[in-house]
Design a protein around this ligand. Sequence first.
Ligand code: HEC
Length: 143
Amino acid sequence: MKWNTALFPILVAIFVLVTGLSIEKSPQNDRGEEVYRQYCQRCHGSDGAGGKGLFNISERKIWQQSPREIIRVVAFGASGRNVYGKTGLRVGMPPAPYTDIDIAAVSVYAMKVLGKRDVKISADDVSEVKRKHVTELRKRLEK
Ligand code: HEC
């Protein structure tokens, strides 16, 4: 076999590998992973099952719901549980202090790693969910 006949399949294999890997590691997922590690992981662990009790969110139904739900939880937090009894202090999930782009990225990442689902979420989706949620809150709470 000539050297160039052997080289061709190797080059094709390298090409497929490199393009495959770059699709898998899109910039949005990189950023999502970064935000998750920096911020979410301390409470939920690296796979969402880390931590116990309320922090274990691996079996929540949110993973089967519309991606709007995860956006809402990340952007506005979750009320959690009254852990101090009579004082009424709730300890829950704080709203993520990130931009819409980062909220989109980390939501996609959480859906993928914790929910085992591939979803598309853009910064525009995040700002729309935020806007609608606040309108809805006002309708309900300003009565
Ligand atoms: C300070 C700790 C803390 C951090 C940081 C945190 N969470 Fe949470 N999270 C919680 C707690 C506590 C709950 C449970 C609240 C409840 O059930 O009301 C929760 C609930 C959730 C839920 C389930 C909500 C539902 O409706 O079932 C999801 C999804 C979630 N977190 C994702 C994230 C993601 C993604 C991040 C990072 C952007 C994050 N959390 C950061 C504490 C945290």
